[in-house]
Design a protein around this ligand. Structure first.
Ligand code: C2E
Ligand code: CA
Ligand code: CA
Ligand code: CA
Length: 278
């Protein structure tokens, strides 16, 4: 039995080792990927449920790894956060999204905005506001057309520090969305005190809207948002039934596979082009 215990310990240790090596490898790859710019932003339309027009796009990063192929963000964003690589990577993506938006705005018939996800560590970075200001000086955008998506968890981590930072961002003319709303442990009072513009209802609630409980939660979030003068975006809308329910609740914006998947910038161009030709 003793021998067996020892063996399983070795097996366990070697599994840990394999995992650590794999992680290290991925970290090295990530470092290289930043230098070689293997990342690309895809864009998913956000639809106005009443007019069916595209008002906005959410920028979602894609990593095309030379050997592994497409690596989903859930596999590398957490690692990028842990290693701090999210800082250089995030700045690059932010600049790319602003450049893209500027180009589209010159072509689009109606005002367009772009939403960029900001990771916890990126938001916490001391130079974040300065850096963003620098980007916006270089790439001037109409006020309100750049939206930052920050999760509820980030806001609640240090509410005292966050208030100041959010105010500075608003001063730059940036809009603020609370991402994954409803999944955090937040008190609702921050919504009153913080200068946020939009709530994004987490996909997990939209997905389960067939159940009365989830439907009630979504309805409550929509009502709460409206009472506070905020916009609501429902994410992960996959069916016509969900879209109809949301519209009936007064939710004005939606995003999800039912309307469109995240797409390459070129596909956005033809989408905007099609609108032009009507
Ligand atoms: P998120 O911000 O909540 O983004 C929404 C996710 O839902 C995206 O996954 C999107 O592709 C997916 N999605 C959209 N519509 C549907 C739908 O109808 N059904 C389903 N099942 N999924 C849908 P994605 O692109 O894999 O991104 C996952 C997460 O990675 C994001 O969640 C966000 O937290 C993070 N992320 C993505 N891009 C970036 C980025 O550029 N920077 C940072 N910091 N985080 C990012
Ligand atoms: Ca998001
Ligand atoms: Ca989300
Ligand atoms: Ca999410």
């Amino acid at each position: 039995a003793k021998q067996e215990g020892k063996d399983s310990y070795i097996v366990f240790q070697s599994a840990m080792h394999t995992q650590a090596v794999a992680l290290l490898e991925l970290e090295n790859d990530l470092r290289r990927a930043i230098e070689r710019q293997e990342f690309q932003l895809y864009y998913q339309p956000i639809i106005d449920l009443n007019t069916h027009q595209i008002r906005s796009f959410e920028a979602l990063v894609r990593w095309f790894h030379p050997e592994r192929g497409l690596v989903p963000p859930s596999d590398f964003i957490p690692l990028a956060e842990d290693t701090g690589l999210i800082i250089p990577m995030g700045y690059g993506l932010l600049r790319e999204a602003c450049q893209q938006l500027q180009q589209w705005q010159q072509l689009a018939p109606a005002p367009l905005s772009v939403c960029v996800n900001i990771a916890s560590r990126q938001f916490a970075h001391a130079d974040f506001v300065n850096y963003l200001q620098q980007i916006l000086t270089e790439i001037p955008l109409p006020p309100g057309s750049l939206k930052l998506e920050i999760t509820e968890g980030v806001i609640m981590k240090r509410p005292d520090l966050v208030a100041d930072k959010l105010a500075q961002l608003k001063d730059l003319g940036v809009q603020l969305s609370v991402d994954d709303f409803g999944t955090g442990y937040s008190s609702l009072s921050y919504l009153q005190t913080f200068p946020v513009d939009t709530l994004k209802v987490d996909r997990s609630f939209v997905m389960k809207m067939g159940h009365p409980d989830s439907r009630e939660i979504v309805k409550t979030i929509v009502t709460l948002a409206h009472n506070l003068g905020l916009d609501v975006v429902a994410e992960g809308v996959e069916t016509q039934a969900q879209a109809q329910l949301l519209k009936a609740m007064g939710c004005e914006y939606a995003q999800g596979y039912h309307f469109a998947r995240p797409m390459e910038p070129d596909a956005v161009l033809s989408l905007l082009g099609t609108k032009d030709q009507r």
